[in-house]
Design a binder for this molecule. Structure first.
Ligand code: ARG
Length: 471
């Protein structure tokens, strides 16, 4: 048992043990919402005074007291005590110690239930904007590397078997578009959080004549929640945020996997910068893509964070339940992990060395011009199925000889089938194979140039949106 007086002390004759006090506390997790908590309280106090619910002089004292608390937390001087249970009570207790009676008036027409929902929504809004900033930075890097290496040909894969040659820029842009969708998802999470819950009180609303719109305007919320019970028990906005982080991590993880493969000796398509690699304590030759591996590994935790939140919410009756205190730790972890992953990935992409010759050499092998050679035969009037058969036989023969399509001479083509003309050799030129993919969204050089323009435009729109939110 501890001596700290609880805000609900009046009704109790006994307090929880020290163990239970710690077990029930969320302070070490929710303390990171301290700035949101203080901003929310200032807006609430101003509203209470404006409505004549508390005296203006009390509101002024509350505001200056909270400004002192703000400074002490910001400067690392605030003493966090587990006995306070959570950040809301830690701040209120400190405030009341500083200013006395007026501090005790702050919680009028408010409950920790709508207060925690408010703080969490404010925190989520800030976090989604910050994450969008990191996603955009990575998109910009991908775009830059794609532009710099436009024209570099590499093998494209299906089933991790060589399929058709593609432009390296096209491959990178595929990730660019995934990240573009991540921004859309993150913006949705932002909008989902952008609803003011304060004024719902414990669950049923309040008897005081409050002005919720005033608080919404003061704190930059677009709308006021329409139902007090939903408002204190809704954590969908956290699900949206955790989901956006999860999908984004899955994207990073896939890109990590490519970087890991590409930097192996077997592929050799890229060389990771030393600053994004580590060595081995025993094998002197090693250079490991540790940060790509770690990011891939951390994806599992974020999936777990989303799953944990879904399961925690499942089966909860209305309205607030203490279970919901468990909502923040996983989401904070998802936010931190995704933002660190994005930053690490941005560094890996912008510093990696692209081995264009190895990519090109890889694109020459694997008979990746076979489809084009069949298409060539179709152009001479041969049915596609027959063309497939002719080229298939040619591939088998070359494979036995340890050669590939690009090793064939004009004469050999003509000898292989009467339908081949002298120009058949052009059909297997790897640059030609790429350039012919002219369809919209295809890997042809011009199609990718159009794509680069579209990507640049999409990024500019998203960057402008972020700026409009900050202003
Ligand atoms: N620490 C709590 C949480 O994070 C704050 C709300 C507590 N409300 C209550 N009635 N116990 O959910």
């Amino acid at each position: 048992m501890t001596d700290a007086k609880k805000p609900w002390g009046g009704r109790f004759e006994k307090s929880p043990s020290a163990f239970l006090e710690e077990y029930g506390a969320s302070l070490m997790v929710d303390r990171r919402m301290w700035a949101q908590d203080i901003k929310g309280s200032v807006a609430h106090a101003r509203m209470l005074a404006k409505q004549g619910i508390i005296a203006q002089a009390d509101a002024d004292e509350i505001e200056s007291g909270l400004a002192e608390v703000y400074t002490s937390i910001r400067d690392g001087e605030f003493e966090f005590r587990i006995a306070d249970e959570d950040i809301h009570m830690a701040i209120e207790r400190t405030l009341t110690e500083k200013i006395g009676t007026a501090g005790g008036r702050l919680h009028t027409a408010r409950s920790r239930n709508d207060q925690v929902a408010l703080d969490t929504r404010m925190y989520s809004k800030d976090a989604s904007l910050e994450l969008i900033g990191f996603i955009n930075a990575l998109r910009a890097s991908l775009l830059h590397v794609a532009q710099e290496h436009h024209g570099v040909v590499m093998p494209g894969y299906t089933h991790l078997q060589k399929a058709q040659p593609v432009l390296f820029s096209h491959h990178l842009l595929a990730y660019y578009w995934m990240l573009t969708r991540d921004v859309t998802r993150m913006r949705h999470a932002y909008e989902a959080a952008d609803v003011l819950p304060l004024g719902s009180a414990a669950l049923a609303g309040t008897t005081f004549d409050i002005d919720r719109q005033f608080v919404a305007d003061a704190l930059g919320f677009s709308v006021v929640s329409p139902n007090s019970m939903d408002s204190v028990s809704d954590r969908d906005f956290l699900l949206d945020l955790a989901y956006a982080c999860t999908v984004g991590m899955v994207h990073l993880s896939r890109l990590c996997e490519e970087l890991i493969l590409w930097s192996s000796e077997e592929f050799g398509f890229i060389t990771m910068d030393d600053s994004y690699s580590t060595g081995s304590s025993i094998m002197p030759q090693k250079k490991n893509p540790d940060f790509a591996e770690l990011t891939r590994g951390k994806t599992g935790r974020v999936v777990g964070d989303l799953t944990g939140l879904l399961v925690m919410l499942k089966g909860l009756p209305l309205a607030y339940n203490k279970d919901m205190q468990e909502d923040k730790e996983g989401v904070f972890d998802a936010i931190d992990t995704f933002s660190n992953g994005l930053r690490a990935m941005e560094g890996m992409i912008s510093t990696m060395h692209v081995n264009t010759e190895t990519m090109l050499a890889g694109a020459q092998g694997g008979f990746m011009a076979a489809t084009d050679l069949a298409d060539y035969l179709v152009g001479t009037g041969m049915p596609f199925r027959d063309a497939h058969e002719v080229v298939g036989r040619l591939v088998l023969k070359l494979e036995r000889e340890g050669r590939t399509l690009q090793d064939m001479s004009t004469q050999e083509f003509v000898d292989a089938d009467e339908a081949f003309g002298a120009d058949a050799i052009e059909a297997v030129d790897i640059y030609g194979v790429v350039a012919r993919r002219v369809s919209e969204g295809g890997t042809g050089n011009d199609a990718v140039l159009d794509q680069l323009v579209a990507a640049r435009d999409a990024l500019a729109v998203d960057v402008a949106w972020i700026e409009s939110q900050h202003s």
